[in-house]
Design a protein around this ligand. Sequence first.
Ligand SMILES: [Zn+2]
Length: 250
Amino acid sequence: MKNIFKKKLFKVNSKVRVYVYIFTIFFTIIFLCIIYLSHQNRILLNTIKYYYPVVNNSKIITELDFQNDDSITKFVNNKVSFNNLSYIPSDLESISSTYVFDSKWNSRLRSEANLALQNMAKDFYNYFWKKIVVVSAYRSYLYQVWIKAWWCSDIFCAKAWFSEHQTWLAVDLWEASSKEEFLSKQELVTYFNWLKNNAYKYWFNNSYQKWLEVDWYNIEPWHWRYLWLPLAKKLYDNNQTFAEYYHSNN
Ligand SMILES: [Zn+2]
């Protein structure tokens, strides 16, 4: 009697065990499907999601302004300078370190650009599980003078008073001394490709992509400039650089 009961119990147990296995496998598959689909959905969402930074003193821009030092579409390059040598905007912030690694410690940007950078870095982090590395942001007139004192030529380093870094809207991401060095690192190429396809949604544009004839600078895959969204999107859609657009409209 006892043996029969044990056998029955064993049979029941083995059946339960089989059910447990089946359910475990089933729920694992469902769980993995949910993770996969949510990841795909995030990619899909990323293709249609734009960020609109909201800051107290943000101005609503209704047209492009390439001339005013304070405009987020102010154009500068080696032949176009700021109007004011010591231009400094009023809305400045240290770059937050939640999703960005600030290798220079107290790097600063205008608050609007900082917020956009944080939004971009958050999505970048969720995708790669890595922080975006900022190696340079705002550079003052005097700091640029110091850089130029090291015999950095005009095609590598902007002249002081002519640098996009003085807009407080530009960042250099990841350390590299040349385009070749940057692109020789597979990890950086992967990051660059993600930024190339997504940065405009956060109002950023890679300023120097087309060599001297177009941009008047060497190609710099690390240099990203915050711009007005419609312009950043237009440049992305038309595969244009800011300099190319500026020269075709001035
Ligand atoms: Zn730069």
